[in-house]
Write a protein that binds this ligand. Structure first.
Ligand SMILES: Cc1cc2nc3c(=O)[nH]c(=O)nc-3n(C[C@H](O)[C@H](O)[C@H](O)COP(=O)(O)O)c2cc1C
Length: 172
């Protein structure tokens, strides 16, 4: 298959995940990776891909704007051209939820907490916008641990085996 992997990343975790996915898929497929801000949906579609893998971070209770808007534009272009992908799948990375923010004084913080509980739904809604032949597999969700306000958190210790299992399912 001709596969594109599109990611958003601020601190590098999603870039790392995207690169690992490329490594795992490369022996059997033609795989290209790009940062969503560096390539347009039209440029990706011009290569006539079979499959799309995309992912990025949660931000302020939502999916990062960069990947969200990229996928929406990609879906619209496909629809306009009346084309379908063979396969798509998505992953996310997320910071640690602080349970105390559920009862935070600030309404905004409480809203973000509530929205974070629904992020999976947001991803499903986004994935569903892309016309595709096969039912997409379950979202891969990876935790970022020990993150400070400066970023520099790490992917959870089990991330590599989770990515491997995800890619195995994708290839099946
Ligand atoms: C401005 C900002 C807002 C964030 N909001 C959330 C959030 O609402 N929920 C969450 O789980 N993580 C949140 N995070 C943590 C990010 O998900 C985390 O930094 C990201 O997954 C790391 O990926 P990257 O290394 O590819 O940038 C936020 C991070 C930033 C910088």
């Amino acid at each position: 298959m001709k596969i594109w992997i599109i990611y958003d990343s601020k601190f590098g975790s999603n870039k790392h995940v995207a690169t690992l996915m490329q490594e795992l898929l490369s022996p059997n497929h033609e795989v290209q990776v790009a940062y969503a801000k560096r390539i347009s949906p039209k440029a990706v579609l011009a290569t006539d891909p079979d499959a799309l893998l995309f992912g990025g971070p949660r931000r302020i209770g939502n999916i990062s704007y960069t990947i969200r808007s990229w996928v929406k534009r990609y879906a619209k272009t496909l629809q306009r051209k009346q084309r379908r992908m063979k396969k798509i799948a998505a992953w996310e990375t997320r910071g640690e939820m602080k349970p105390e923010t559920a009862n935070a004084e600030s309404k905004m913080e409480r809203n973000i907490y509530e929205k974070n509980l629904k992020t999976r739904e947001l991803w499903v809604n986004l994935i569903e916008k892309v016309p595709v032949e096969q039912l997409p597999q379950e979202l891969l969700s990876l935790n970022i641990i020990n993150e400070t306000s400066l970023g520099n958190g790490q992917l959870e210790p089990e991330y590599e085996s989770k990515v491997r299992a995800f890619i195995q399912e994708f290839e099946a």
